[in-house]
Design a protein around this ligand. Structure first.
Ligand SMILES: N=c1c2ncn([C@@H]3O[C@H](COP(=O)(O)OP(=O)(O)OP(=O)(O)O)[C@@H](O)[C@H]3O)c2ncn1[C@@H]1O[C@H](COP(=O)(O)O)[C@@H](O)[C@H]1O
Length: 108
């Protein structure tokens, strides 16, 4: 069995987005609009943070899965392709995070 990638999940969500809201949580969320999708991402991110600071490893894994799912739904609601986010991450591999942070503080 091969591990699921974000691309696999995103492709699945693209199919489910076209389903009836009664049959799909993804379609239901998208039909409720971008604010609801954003609210869900915020809730799940907070739950992941709580799991991390309370050292609840099993919960952190579950909440992290929720965060990734809800981020993909929010990107879909905003019409931002996952590829655009991956391209941004790709561009950042040219230098370290510390160098990028320094450039932000001293943009020359
Ligand atoms: N990965 C997920 C996934 N992760 C989390 N969730 C749902 O996200 C919700 C978050 O939990 P909550 O307790 O906040 O949910 P809730 O109280 O029902 O939320 P609201 O009433 O506030 O919307 C749960 O209903 C989870 O089932 C997911 N729902 C779907 N997927 C994937 O999306 C695919 C398509 O799902 P459908 O669109 O439902 O067919 C699935 O096969 C999965 O691969």
């Amino acid at each position: 069995m091969t591990a699921m990638t974000l691309d696999d999940l995103d492709a699945r969500l693209a199919l489910r987005a076209a389903a009836a809201p009664e049959d799909s949580y993804t379609a239901q969320l998208l039909s409720r609009g971008i604010e609801k999708c954003a609210q869900k991402l915020g809730e799940e991110a907070t739950e992941a943070v709580i799991a991390a600071v309370t050292a609840n490893r099993p919960e952190l894994i579950k909440e992290s899965a929720d965060v990734l799912y809800h981020l993909l739904v929010l990107l879909r609601a905003a019409n931002v392709p996952l590829g655009a986010v991956m391209a941004e991450l790709d561009a950042r591999t040219a230098r370290s995070g510390l160098a990028e942070k320094a450039a932000r503080q001293d943009p020359q």
